[in-house]
Design a protein around this ligand. Sequence first.
Ligand code: ASP
Length: 320
Amino acid sequence: MSSAPIALALHGGCGTLPPDELTPAEWAESRDHLAEALRAGWDVLKRGGRSLDAVEATVVVLENSPHFNAGHGAALNAAHEHELDSAIMDGATLSAGAVAGAQRIRNPVKAARALLERNEAILLIGPAADRFAEEAGLVVVENSYFTTPRRIDMLRRMKAHKASGTAASEGEKHGTVGAVACDRHGHLAAATSTGGYTNKPPGRVGDSPLIGAGTYARDGVCAVSCTGMGEYFMRAVAGHEIAAQMSLAGRSLDEATQAMVFDVIGKQGIGAGLCAVDAAGHVVVPFNTVGMYRGFVNADGDCYVGTHADLEFRGTWDRN
Ligand code: ASP
């Protein structure tokens, strides 16, 4: 067994609310859920498991938490419904699976993974995605399962902003969850899951399920999961562009991701963030907003989680 440094990073979206909008207990719980999600992925990696399994396990925990805009707690569209997007990519084989506009799949990332394994279509949309998940034996739920009081409030606020022409905060607008990992064999993987942005038009698909835009992984280079207004990431083909900057222009992961978040997208006045890992197990979580739910376990096993500027140290995690 080769001994690549295992590493894992996640984001829970760059649409974090300002600190005073939630109680200290709610912020603490969201950080606990970030750590729980890291733990799920880390347990896979440390026992020699695949990065693909690690990112899926990590994203499932975030989808099940009400704190993040994915799965339970996902954003509502303009028609007061949830339409969920997700993708997963294996950097070793460039295999990928994705669903868009899904309305009944409890854990969209599991459907993306099942599609990757099926190795037929990469992306299924709407009712076909829901049917595929059901046929694959995944749990399907009523659309209302995804709704939380916070998302109802955000939709009300977004509709009010639209009516009055006032600006919405990043936290009111959007969020997403994602994970990237490097496993003991040096294989990279990325996964992303989202409800998109609040009050989005029905049928709108964002960057998250588009391979190369919001989600991308290629062994030897990097794995990336993005968050922020998807239309900008789609135009930039952000995930693939970061990989191209590294593989063709010789940029480091830091340089390529900083350029994407702060120059390519940030200079357009758009909130942006991502998590990424390179082939050496170096992790980054850049963002240009007031906060980004994020966490990582770096190549030394040090675990950190955070929502705003500060990171909370969660100990040095056992690598074996
Ligand atoms: N990228 C997501 C989308 O556009 C939203 C977000 O990350 O905030 O669907």
